[in-house]
Ligand binder design. Structure first.
Ligand code: NI
Length: 187
């Protein structure tokens, strides 16, 4: 290896050992004069460590687990007492996780509180989820609810900021969803 190239590599990767041309331990002898796979792998940028912050919100809502795709008997068999025609209520807890720190730029938690309050709490609190347009063709399961909340929040939060949404439905049931990160520009 030319001295200039060795020097450049040293600047880039640090001191890789007294014999820079030797294969790293366990990688076997080098078979060509080109860069080894070990060094090609070093070209892949590592994901920067990132902290997240999670805020907790609450709303109370009624729902009934039911789908028109099934007969009344099948609905009862699948959903049990959650299919009771009178419905029932939950004290839902919503956990919203966003990226924190400089990467979020204009982001602040007051903004997150405002968005969740306006888009989620005011929409669902003390309402019947089965009557919400988002569930016109969806059963109001926790799995669907957590995805609906993600789909509402993701487009109105800073691009790429939303990391995860969690919904605690009962003491023992927790649902979590992390959709595809947004790549919108200029938001
Ligand atoms: Ni329920």
């Amino acid at each position: 290896m030319a001295a200039a190239a060795r020097s450049a590599r040293k600047r880039r990767y640090g001191n890789v050992g007294a014999n820079a041309d030797a294969a790293p331990p366990g990688w076997g002898p080098r078979t060509s004069s080109g860069p080894s796979w070990f060094f090609l792998l070093q070209e892949i940028p590592a994901r920067m460590p990132q902290t997240h912050v999670t805020k907790r919100y609450r709303f109370c809502a009624a729902h009934r687990l039911h789908t028109d795709q099934l007969s009344p008997e099948e609905n009862w068999a699948v959903f049990g007492k959650c299919n009771n025609p009178n419905g029932h209520g939950h004290n839902y807890v919503v956990l919203v996780t966003v990226e924190s720190g400089a990467a979020m730029g204009r982001y602040d938690l007051d903004q997150l509180d405002r968005v969740v309050s306006e888009r989620i709490i005011e929409r669902f609190d003390h309402f019947d989820l089965n009557c919400d347009p988002a569930f016109a063709n969806l059963t109001t399961t926790g799995e669907n609810l957590v995805k609906v909340i993600w789909d509402i929040l993701e487009p109105v939060l800073p691009s790429g900021g939303l990391q995860k949404v969690g919904v605690i439905e009962t003491r023992d049931n927790y649902f979590e969803y992390a959709g595809v990160a947004s790549t919108r520009r200029g938001t």
